[in-house]
Design a protein around this ligand. Structure first.
Ligand SMILES: Nc1nc2c(ncn2[C@@H]2O[C@H](COP(=O)(O)OP(=O)(O)O)[C@@H](O)[C@H]2O)c(=O)[nH]1
Ligand SMILES: [Mg+2]
Length: 211
């Protein structure tokens, strides 16, 4: 798949507003979650081959909204969620972000897949593990994306993928190494193509099978 078009669609400050927006829409979504400052917005920009599609910041804790980006004229959308784990945020702010992230994950009918971004340079945090366990629990398909691999040597990246796999209790092959220079971009494109081709499991199907 080649990305021929990308554009910012809209932002939401509450799950209710998102649900309202999604009612008339039938475009599959892949959301991007991860620690504040892990490189979510940069990942979206690198994927789009545009430097300023999503706002990036060296100051953590800036995105407090759900941001939606469209690709290839409605083929799919990437949804940039607020980052978790920003230590300096107040308790109320943290709770608001949590509600926004969980509200989206629970209520999006369009969500097909989640990309969980982790920094390749560090062991995943407790919140990363919690995120992954949450997705396992609700049987929501996800892929782990290691970011900032340009800051490591090839051997270090390999080692790091192993550490991430062990910490998050998953296979190393389910992690894609990426960075702002475009490492892993082709893999991500191919992966998205596969995701879009996978039929969504309809919960009602189970009921029919059990009869
Ligand atoms: N060297 C390097 N820096 C990165 C990469 N991705 C993000 N950054 C930097 O990390 C900081 C946070 O990035 P951002 O995309 O805004 O993170 P977000 O808060 O998760 O959206 C910014 O200063 C980026 O320039 C990467 O792949 N390589
Ligand atoms: Mg961001």
């Amino acid at each position: 798949m080649r990305i021929t078009e990308s554009k910012f669609i809209t932002s939401f400050a509450s799950p209710d507003k998102y649900v309202e927006y999604s009612q008339g829409v039938e475009i599959p979504e892949i959301c991007v979650v991860g620690r504040s400052n892990v490189g979510k917005s940069t990942f979206i920009n690198t994927f789009a081959s545009r430097s300023k599609l999503a706002k990036t910041s060296s100051t953590p804790g800036r995105t407090r909204l759900i941001n939606v980006f469209d690709f290839n004229n409605g083929l799919f959308r990437l949804v940039d969620l607020p980052g978790y784990g920003y230590a300096q945020a107040g308790k109320q702010t943290k709770q608001e972000w949590g509600n926004l992230i969980e509200g989206y994950l629970q209520r999006s009918r369009l969500l097909k897949h989640t990309f969980v971004l982790v920094d390749a340079r560090h062991e995943p945090t407790k919140l990363d593990l919690l995120m992954v366990e949450y997705l396992y629990y609700y049987r929501m398909p996800f892929t782990v994306i290691a970011t900032k691999c340009d800051k490591l040597s090839r051997a270090q990246v390999n080692k790091s993928l192993q550490v991430i796999a062990t910490t998050l209790k998953m296979g190393k092959d389910n992690i894609i190494a990426t960075d702002v220079t475009g490492t892993g971009r082709d893999k991500v494109c191919a992966h998205i193509e596969k995701i879009l081709a996978t039929p969504t499991v309809d919960e009602n199907d189970d009921e029919v099978d059990e009869e």
